[in-house]
Design a protein around this ligand. Structure first.
Ligand code: ZN
Ligand code: ZN
Length: 379
């Protein structure tokens, strides 16, 4: 890393990080040990100062940020011939990621040894700092899609070491694959779905209603009950005994009744139900001699493959729509190509729950609830 030490008037020693060789601008990032109060200059709370050496024109042309463009092209700035811009209360690691993402679009920089050095360094970013990247990116008003490629590389290198805690970063940086895997894992392997949350940033989370809670349990309960609907119509003498045997065999697995398995994940319930055994009913009619083991096995198998996870592309309300959101809904429902135009392949359950998690659908549902409340209160 190209670093050297330059003392400032305040005797704080900035670390110099060269992002590009023929630089003509310095972004001086100051990080503090705690958030500053209004009117506080924070001199005694400085944690680090990092000077990033960059090129003015490249940032103007490639940052896609009105904030940066305005900052670097105002008459004041140009006339004063300023060479340093101060960014306060930002994490330098996060700013470095953002600069890397902006310069990474340039093939020459990307393949240069300095470009590779900067990229490698940012890919070692600790996962918890991803939240700081979001904060700095918002501060600099850079469109998030500019960071998608960088995050794809980071996820490729680090994704395997993490689990559901990357739900929000995958959502924010538009990583379809990661988001699908994590949401699937949450739904199948956690008894209570909770999003990992950085205490410091309570406003950074996936949209509400993103995870459909409990739907798989409802399906499993329904499929296990289904054969009993038929038994209610049976006319044989052995029907009561068979129903009792079936329910007892289910209860013996300790995975039934489904609505009493609140402490177990869907996967755990399926594992319990795997112990189901009713190969020998006492009834001797055709109905009672149903393949009970087969019924339970196939219910478990169907539930396990029912949901592929959530699809960001289906959630993305900015996708091209046909006339309006309702046409968008029906065109999918009619074509039955549930992963049309999606980066990941998936089935209907994923499309449906992702669609329901969309902002426009959410707003529509909320509006409906509010209208209903109003009409109840006016009765
Ligand atoms: Zn019978
Ligand atoms: Zn999709």
């Amino acid at each position: 890393m190209a670093t050297s030490v330059v003392p400032t008037s305040d005797s704080i020693v900035p670390r110099i990080v060269t992002i590009v060789d023929d630089h003509d601008l310095t972004l001086r990032v100051t990080q503090y040990t705690m958030p500053l109060k209004a009117s506080e200059d924070g001199r005694d709370k400085i944690k680090a100062i990092v000077d990033f050496e960059v090129t003015r024109q490249h940032l103007i042309d490639n940052s896609e940020s009105d904030f940066i463009q305005h900052l670097l092209t105002t008459r004041n700035f140009a006339e004063a011939g300023k060479k340093t811009i101060d960014l306060y209360e930002q994490n330098p690691l996060a700013v470095e990621v953002i600069l890397c993402a902006i310069y990474h679009k340039d093939e020459t920089w990307r393949s240069s040894s300095l470009g590779q050095e900067v990229t490698t360094r940012t890919l070692n970013l600790h996962w918890e700092n991803l939240w700081e990247v979001v904060i700095s990116n918002r501060f600099l008003m850079i469109e998030f899609f500019n960071l998608d490629t960088w995050f794809g590389l980071w996820y490729e290198k680090n994704g395997d070491e993490h689990d559901s805690e990357l739900l929000y970063p995958c959502f924010q940086f538009n990583h379809a694959d990661g988001f699908l895997c994590i949401t699937k894992n949450l739904v199948y392997n956690q008894a209570h779905i909770e999003e990992y949350r950085r205490e410091k940033y309570p406003d950074l989370h996936v949209p509400p209603r993103v995870i459909t809670r409990g739907h798989l349990r409802v399906l499993l309960a329904r499929w296990l009950w289904k054969p009993l609907d038929l038994m209610m119509m049976a006319e044989c003498d052995c029907k009561e005994e068979t129903v009792y045997q079936y329910l007892r065999a289910l209860a013996k697995t300790r995975g039934y009744p489904i609505d009493q398995q609140g402490r177990k994940s869907v996967d755990d319930i399926c594992q319990s139900l795997g112990k189901f055994d009713l190969s020998d009913t006492r009834g001797d009619c055709l109905m009672c001699n149903n393949n009970w083991n087969g019924i339970v096995t196939s219910a478990v198998r169907e539930v396990k493959k029912h949901f592929d996870g959530m699809c960001i592309d289906c959630m993305d309300a900015t996708q091209p729509k046909f006339l309006n959101e309702h046409m968008d809904y029906w065109s999918h429902a009619e074509s039955k190509q549930w992963d049309q135009k999606c980066r990941v392949s998936h089935g209907q359950a994923t499309w449906y729950s992702s669609f329901m998690g969309r902002a426009d659908t959410r707003d529509w549902l909320l509006k409906r609830v509010r209208t209903r409340k109003r009409s109840y209160s006016s009765v």
